[in-house]
Design a protein around this ligand. Structure first.
Ligand code: HEM
Length: 373
């Protein structure tokens, strides 16, 4: 997409897409404005059935009331307390590949890690983990189109799995209502908005949102950063020698190959941006992936600079909807890459392998990332 982004920033930074009847916005300054100016650019979407009841589709002031309910579980301090457990999970996953000559960073490591973490945060019992992983995978990814499945198959499968996962969550919710525990579902059950308890659809909306927003993005944060480090072996070698660069390497991974490439909004009234007037009620796509490569904002924008500082990327968005899970994603990224450095300091990409990205305009991530030790 980089070439397309560069061209659009230059010749059509606010561009009308007649086919999809939406406007695309490409420059850093404009993308930042679309994401944060909620008075003009609304997050209220007709919405997918799964997350229609969730904060990602609300505008202030309602948005804040609901966001507050989960915000406490995601403060940097609350998240930091999870570090020992996440380290344990990372270790267990790497133990399983330790005796092999090579492995797939995505399949064996960066994919299962965030699913296990969020399942435990929500309060999914250990013995249900496999079942849960299977469901959440289908909810996020759908079926395998390359294996010949059709869009219709996909809709049917997703629908039935959504029902199953919804029923499953409903059962966990019920059991926590009887016997509270130290988890997110218990906390949500106890919380109120304007003196009212959350409804079951609202509770389910939160659970689904955490799965949809947090899992694939974190998998790709780890995968994309590892690809950026390993494709220039000097970067990986330097990080192993200077592990203090880990945080800046992760921020640069987020900027250089942003896991969430775009977010949309809807105009509430006619609004001018970048010299173009967008009519009322129109979808606007804010291209985060392009903003983060904008040379007006970043020197050497099209290079992965491992010690870039400052790095004001907007991979987690901007404004009231700024990613709630950012502290968790950063912590998981740090623990994951540190674990890879400790275990496999001489690791290399498999020579001649093709690093295909998943086919999505919204998500940037690899299908697989095979390495040898
Ligand atoms: C919102 C990116 C990980 C939960 C967002 C937004 C972005 C984003 C760009 C803004 C959406 C908008 O403006 O409409 C990412 C990236 C991640 C990541 C790149 C990983 C590298 C996570 C994780 C969780 C999470 C681990 C939770 C487990 C959320 C939630 C929102 C959100 C709940 C909605 C916040 C709101 O509407 O107030 N994320 N995310 N994300 N993210 Fe993340």
């Amino acid at each position: 997409p980089d070439v397309w982004y560069r061209e659009m920033r230059d010749v059509g930074p606010v561009h009308y897409d007649a086919e999809r009847t939406c406007y695309d916005v490409f420059r850093f300054e404009d993308v930042q404005r679309v994401l944060s100016d909620h008075a003009n650019f609304s997050s209220q979407r007709a919405g997918e059935e799964l997350t229609s009841q969730s904060i990602i589709n609300m505008d202030p002031p309602k948005h804040m009331k609901y966001r507050q309910l989960v915000a406490q579980a995601f403060t940097p301090k609350a998240i930091e307390a999870l570090a020992p457990r996440i380290e344990e999970i990372a270790k267990e996953l790497l133990d399983e590949v330790a005796n092999q000559p090579g492995f797939d960073i995505i399949r064996d490591f960066s994919y299962p890690l965030p699913v296990i973490v969020i399942a435990e945060m929500l309060g999914v019992p250990n013995e249900d983990r496999e079942k849960f992983k299977h469901w959440s995978d289908i909810v996020v990814k759908g079926v395998d189109f390359e294996a010949g499945e059709t869009i219709e198959d996909n809709m049917k499968l997703r629908h039935s799995v959504t029902q199953e996962l919804g029923a499953y969550f409903a059962q966990v919710i019920q059991s926590r209502a009887i016997q509270p525990s130290n988890d997110l579902i218990t906390a949500l059950l106890a919380s109120e908005v304007d003196g009212e308890k959350l409804t079951i659809p609202e509770l389910l909306g939160f659970c689904f949102l955490l799965l949809v927003a947090g899992n694939e993005t974190t998998t790709n944060l780890i995968g994309n950063t590892m690809l950026s480090l390993l494709e220039t072996p000097a970067n990986w070698e330097r990080l192993v020698r200077e592990p203090d660069l880990l945080n800046s390497a992760i921020e640069e991974g987020l900027r250089f190959r942003s896991p969430a490439q775009s977010m949309n909004r809807f105009t509430k009234e006619p609004v001018e941006i970048g010299g173009v007037t967008i009519p009322e009620g129109t979808e606007v796509i804010a291209w985060i992936g392009s903003a983060n490569l904008d040379p007006e904002k970043f020197d050497r924008a099209d290079e992965f600079v491992i010690d870039r500082n400052p790095n004001p990327h907007i991979a987690f968005g901007m404004g009231p909807h700024f990613c709630l899970g950012a502290p968790l994603a950063r912590l998981e990224g740090r623990i994951a890459i540190q674990a890879l450095m400790n275990r496999f300091p001489t690791m290399k990409l498999v020579e001649g392998a093709e690093f295909k990205t998943v086919a999505s305009p919204i998500i940037y991530g690899l299908k697989s990332l095979p390495v040898v030790r």
